[in-house]
Design a protein. Structure first.
Length: 130
């Protein structure tokens, strides 16, 4: 059975989209990846898209999505990134909060270290899944 991982941040335009892109890329068929935001933005952060493209991962087609209660119910693992109390809590799920700088309004040089930290955390998460 596949493990479902949900990444949640406020705008679902940067951090959660980069994390989802990495997990899809590195986890392949082993995982189902969801991402959402408590207050989704109008579009994905173009600097995040550019930073991920440098890694050979295309997230340009992703669209910020509003967090739904059903997303949390479906997930086995919920990773929050600064969404505060907006994420519902259900017993029996693994919750982690990743304290990461928000790439919104940052240039590519500032976003690269955020991207690299997200990759490191996704790589650490992978062996714990299913």
């Amino acid at each position: 059975m596949k493990t479902t991982v949900l990444f949640v941040c406020v705008h679902n335009a940067g951090r959660s989209q980069m994390a989802a892109g990495y997990l899809r890329h590195l986890g392949g068929d082993k995982v189902t990846v969801l991402s959402a935001g408590s207050m989704p933005g109008d579009q994905i952060n173009p600097v995040a898209v550019k930073a991920m493209a440098e890694e050979g991962i295309d997230i340009a087609g992703e669209v910020p999505t509003l967090l739904a209660d059903s997303d949390v119910r479906e997930a086995d693992v919920v990773i929050t990134m600064g969404c505060g109390d907006a994420c519902p809590f259900y017993p029996g799920k693994l919750y982690e909060d990743w304290a990461l700088d928000d790439p919104a309004g940052q240039d590519l040089d500032a976003v690269r270290p955020i991207r690299d930290e997200i990759r490191r955390r996704v790589e650490d998460l992978l062996p714990t899944l299913g």
